[in-house]
Write a protein that binds this ligand. Structure first.
Ligand code: SF4
Length: 211
């Protein structure tokens, strides 16, 4: 049997699902005859085998898991399981994700910003292909800026090395403030860095962090 196309129904409110959450998802899948389910790398839920009417019902029944797709803000903070949950993990990725999520950022940003956090250099969350990425270093994390995947991928540039959690927050806050002040509306970080060059951005960042 050939599959019908996948349709993305919304963002997911939870970075992880507990067994009882999955049970609710399973029941909804049965009720609306979903053919297949996939979780996208961006944290969205995609389903196949549903028509327009079923999509409406399915979205309503999964409302507790959904949140509107955020725009012009930090749209996703995606940590891998990290230490304690993955045998390769060297850092507590959940703790740093929580700290970033509570970051006060002046809005709106020129476009959405995705953040990937890895617990080791295997980089399962693809932090170098995100607007902001964190990868464990010998001490703390190295911080990367200006990456994206998609049709015009760009590997991000390192803008800070061996950073502790407080420094990470300071660097991200300053980076996003520069991006907000200088990028055109709708411009992702990758295109902005391509336009001004990473050397210029690093200089701006240093001046803002250490005036
Ligand atoms: S990046 Fe490393 S710590 Fe994180 S899930 Fe992958 S292997 Fe595990």
């Amino acid at each position: 049997m050939s599959s019908t196309p996948f349709r993305t129904i919304s963002s997911l409110a939870l970075p992880f699902f507990r067994p009882d959450d999955l049970e609710k998802l399973y029941r909804a899948a049965q009720r609306f005859n979903i053919e297949k389910i996939r979780f996208t790398p961006g944290g969205q839920l995609s389903v196949s085998g549903v028509d327009d009417e079923a999509m409406v019902g399915l979205t309503a029944s999964l409302k507790q898991f959904m949140q509107p797709l955020p725009e012009n803000t930090i749209a996703a903070v995606s940590p891998c399981p990290g230490s304690g949950a993955c045998k390769h993990g060297r850092r507590d990725t959940a703790a740093i994700a929580e700290k970033i999520q509570s970051l006060d950022v002046q809005l709106p940003l020129p476009a959405k910003v995705k953040i990937g956090i890895a617990g080791c250099r295997r980089c399962c969350t693809m932090p170098r292909l995100r607007d902001i990425g964190l990868v464990p270093a010998a001490r703390g994390f190295n911080l990367y800026f200006g990456g994206n995947g998609g049709a015009s991928p760009r590997i991000s540039d390192c803008i800070g090395e061996h950073l502790g959690s407080d420094e990470i927050v300071d660097y991200i806050r300053a980076s996003l403030a520069i991006y907000r002040e200088h990028a055109r509306p709708g411009m992702r970080t990758s295109r902005y860095i391509e336009q001004i060059g990473i050397a210029d951005f690093r200089e701006k960042l240093q001046k803002r962090l250490f005036p």
